[in-house]
Each structure stands twice: as C-alpha cells, then as structure tokens.
Design a binder for this molecule. Structure first.
Ligand code: PMP
Length: 401
C-alpha cells in the first residue's frame, strides 16, 4: 500500500492537485476553450475580443440598461456620496440608508411587505432556503433549478427531493409520500435561465394548496422581463400573495450586481437574523445599489425598453424558427439553441464566433444528456442591424452543422 501511494504521488502530485487537471469539467474546458473569454472593450451590445468586434448574444442585460446615462450617473453619485464599499455586514456596521431605501422601493414594486438585499443573486437565492429549512423539513426543488438554490439546500439538514422539470404532477406524487405534519418548502424558478421556460405557477399552486407548503421562487430571469412594468413572474400570473419568498438578482434586468429576497415583514425579519450569507458577509456596495435603484425607476418611467425587448425577442425567435433550430420551447428572451451533442454544440458555437456573434456553450453534465446547447439571450439594446447580422451568422452556422 505505501508503495502504491508513493507511485501515485510521484506521477500526479497530491490527489487534489491531480483532480484539478483530470476531472471531466476541466478536461472539457481545456478541450473546447469556450469559457473565461476576456473582452478588451464594450459599447452596449458590442464587445471586442482580441481586437475583433463582436455582437454580444448571451448577456443578461435584458433591458439594455448597463449603459443607460441615468444608471451610470446614479452609480457615480453613489460612489461620490458613500465611497467604494461598506466594509461591513448589514448586521453589524454595514447598513446604510440607501440599502433601506432600495429595499422599500423594491418591496413596493413587487407588491410585498419587505425585502432584503445582498451582494449577489446567488447569495440571495441561497439564503432564501438556508435561513428557513431545518432538519426534519423537506425541500422539493424543480430538477432544473439554478445552482444557487441547490447550494442553499446543501447548507441545511433538510431532506431534498427533486421533481421533474415544470411537472406539477410529479410534485404532487412526491408531496403525497410525506406526512401532513412535515414542514415543506417548494422551490422553483419563475423563468428558467437556461431553458427560457416559464414555471406553470398556477398548476404548482393548485398542487401545493393541499399540502401547506412554503413557496420560494427564484425570479432572476422573470424580474424586469414579465409582468406589469417587469414586476416578474408572480405578477404575470397574479399570484404575488401566494409566493412566500421571491428571490432575484440585480445582475440581469437591473444592470448592476446584487440580489434580493422579498416576502412578508415577519419572514424577511427572520431571514435577516438567520441568513449566514448576510450575517457574515459585507453589505452591497453603494455604486451597485444606486445603479439598481436607478434601473428600477426606469422600469416604470421608460417602459419602451421592455417593449423593445419583446419586439426583439419575437424577431429573433422567428429567425431561429425559419432556420428550424430547436429552442427547447423557450417562451422568454433567454433562448437556448439545442444541438444535442457536445460536438455539434461546439461547432455551432465556433461558427457563430467566426461570424462575430458571441454566445455561451453549455454541455452535459451542465445540461441533461442530449440537450447540449448554445445559450443565447436577447437585449432591448440589440439594434435592427445587430439582429440582421445575428440572422446571417445563425444561417451560416446552421448550414454547416
Ligand atoms: N438564479 C438564477 C436563475 C440565475 O441565472 C443566476 C445568475 N446566473 C442567479 C440566480 C445568481 O445571480 P447573480 O449573478 O446575481 O449572483
């Protein structure tokens, strides 16, 4: 045995270091090199990669507000008034009036009593589960939920059950196995980030009504995109009061970074003192909060961005439909193009790159087997000229599949 260990270490270094070279995800990353591209410059939907100008077709800047003059001016004001960082947690010395103002504004916009903001949507989604689920509880999560919710579940001692994606009948069956006394959380996304699917919320609520569940919805991709003035997926279905917690991100329609969880005052106050992610981590920086706040105002004062987003989405989907590309039934501006194998996804992605369109490849195990895809997203900022160039690039890539 000692001989085997010394052979192994002589060849590969220690086992953690060798894992970093040899695991499946690393081998795929090194083979295809589709990730961690670094842009030298950006103007709206145009980015420069190694000096080459490209159209960005995978960012989540849905409303195109990252370069809006009012958002930039607000972020600069945040910096001028408060400096660069809070350098402290909300619980201790990091709370500022601009946090509170943004929370109140967001809660009112969403139609909830209270809201808690944090440094990232990932953190907010984690805390929406971690702060509440305990040993003896069961968390039922849609199989295709974002990593942030699974990470939150992983930090608790609750039992996790996965139900088939957007399948309330499967959820009903799983709920039926648990005793009526067991506290239950049901977690789903308003809009699924990879698939662009909208959750069948009315059907989910019909199923959970019999089981006294606590509902957590990650609406990172529905917020700013669906509902009145972009109030999100719960507003779209008219069920805001039925969803206990709505979590989301500032890094998509709100053109900033940060995240939120909104709910009843009592539940949000509980989260403030039970979310480890908040208690032990510094508060949102001023420029980010000011940018999100300005973007939130724009959702209401300039509805043309949301209109343009949907017009662009319609036109883009028509292009893909005419080329007979499989968009996995996406109903939103998050649009996957399913190619079915790693090789086809890679070829398609590379052809788009060659034609000046930047997208992101997502391959198994990040997506279910047979669903290897190129993930795209439309922005209100895409011009007619952008869309026709995107159309030409798609036709070029589709012909060469
Ligand atoms: N939830 C979903 C569904 C997401 O797509 C993302 C970001 N990709 C997050 C949460 C995390 O948001 P953030 O980027 O603000 O951390």
């Amino acid at each position: 045995m000692p001989f085997m260990i010394s052979l192994f270490t002589a060849k590969s270094g220690n086992s953690i270091a060798s894992r970093c070279r040899e695991d499946e995800a690393t081998r795929l990353r090194l083979r295809y090199k589709p990730y961690y591209h670094t842009f030298d410059r950006q103007i709206g939907t145009h980015v420069w990669l190694g000096g080459t100008e490209m159209i960005m077709l995978s960012s989540n800047d849905y409303l195109g507000l990252t370069h809006h003059p009012k958002v930039i001016e607000a972020a600069q004001r945040g910096l001028a008034e408060w400096g660069t960082s809070t350098t402290g947690a909300r619980l201790s010395n990091g709370s500022r009036s601009y946090h509170q103002q943004l929370e109140e504004k967001l809660a009112a916009f969403l139609g909830k009593e209270a809201c808690h903001i944090s440094v990232a949507g990932y953190i907010s989604c984690m805390s929406a589960i971690q702060a509440f689920a305990q040993k003896g509880d069961v968390v039922f999560g849609d199989k295709n939920l974002h990593s942030s919710i699974w990470a939150g579940i992983g930090l608790t001692q609750a039992k996790a059950e996965r139900f088939a994606h957007n399948n309330p009948a499967d959820l009903r069956e799983l709920l039926g196995y648990e005793s009526p006394e067991t506290p239950k959380i049901v977690a789903f996304e308003g809009v699924y980030s990879m698939e662009g699917h909208v959750a069948p919320i009315l059907e989910i609520l019909a199923v959970t009504a019999e089981h006294n569940c606590f509902h957590v919805m990650d609406d990172a991709h529905g917020f700013g995109v669906l509902g009145q003035h972009g109030r999100g997926t719960a507003n779209h279905f008219g069920v805001t009061d039925k969803i206990d917690l709505i979590a989301g991100s500032f890094s998509k329609a709100l053109a900033s970074t940060g995240g939120f969880v909104a709910g009843s005052r009592e539940v949000i106050e509980y989260l403030r003192s039970h979310s480890k992610q908040t208690i032990f981590s510094a508060a949102l920086a001023p420029a980010q909060a000011y940018a999100a706040s300005a973007a939130l105002d724009l959702l209401q004062s300039e509805p043309e961005h949301l209109r343009r987003l949907w017009e662009n989405t319609k036109r883009y989907k028509q292009i893909l439909h005419d080329l007979k590309l499989d968009t996995w039934g996406s109903e939103t501006p998050a649009v996957p193009i399913v190619l079915g194998t790693k090789e086809r996804a890679y070829r398609f992605w590379q052809h788009l790159m060659d034609r000046g369109v930047f997208t992101v490849m997502s391959i198994a195990p990040a997506v279910p087997p047979g669903k290897d895809l190129v993930r795209t997203a439309i922005s209100a900022c895409h011009t007619d000229e952008d869309l026709s160039k995107i159309g030409d690039a798609m036709a070029f890539a589709a012909r060469r599949l």
